[in-house]
Design a protein around this ligand. Structure first.
Ligand code: FES
Length: 136
C-alpha cells in the first residue's frame, strides 16, 4: 500500500527499546566464534567488587568459562603469551610462572604450587553468538 509507513522498521524504534536484556545486565566479552575448544583465550577487563581486573575467557568441552587472570599461587597473570592459557594438550589451564595446573571447568588447582586453591571464577553466558559476563 503506497503511503503507508511500516512502524516496526528498526530505524523507527524508539532508542533504548532495541537493547536486549542480555546486553542490559551483562557486558560483552567477544564473539562465540572467537573461542575454540582448548584454544586461545580472550583477555578482557572485568568489573569485580567495584574494581577493574584482568580476566580471561576460554572454551572447554563446548562451554565457555571465565576467570580473573590471577594465579592462586602468587598474584601473577597466567598466560605466557597473550591468550595462551591452556597446556600443550589443551586439557588444563597452566600458569606460565611456576606451572600450576587448573581444571578449566572449575578453576580448581590440579597440580603444582597452587595446592588446593582455585581461580576466581566469573559468571559468563552465551547468547546470539556472543559471550557475555554478568554484571551482578
Ligand atoms: S605464580 Fe602461578 S604457579 Fe606460581
Amino acid at each position: 500500500m503506497a503511503g503507508k509507513k511500516r512502524l516496526n522498521a528498526p530505524s523507527e524504534r524508539p532508542s533504548g527499546l532495541s537493547q536486549r536484556p542480555a546486553e542490559a545486565s551483562a557486558s560483552l566479552i567477544c564473539a562465540s566464534s572467537d573461542l575454540a575448544d582448548g584454544g586461545d583465550g580472550i583477555r578482557f577487563e572485568a568489573e569485580c567488587n567495584g574494581l577493574t581486573a584482568p580476566a580471561f575467557a576460554i572454551r572447554h568441552g563446548g562451554r565457555v568459562y571465565a576467570y580473573l587472570n590471577r594465579c592462586a599461587h602468587i598474584a601473577m597473570e597466567l598466560d605466557w603469551k597473550p591468550g595462551k592459557f591452556f597446556d600443550t594438550d589443551g586439557e588444563y589451564l597452566i600458569c606460565s610462572t611456576h606451572g600450576a595446573l587448573y581444571a578449566p571447568e572449575s578453576g580448581a588447582c590440579r597440580g603444582g604450587p597452587c595446592r588446593g586453591a582455585t581461580l576466581t571464577g566469573l559468571k559468563v553466558f552465551e547468547a546470539d553468538g556472543k559471550v557475555y559476563m554478568r554484571k551482578d
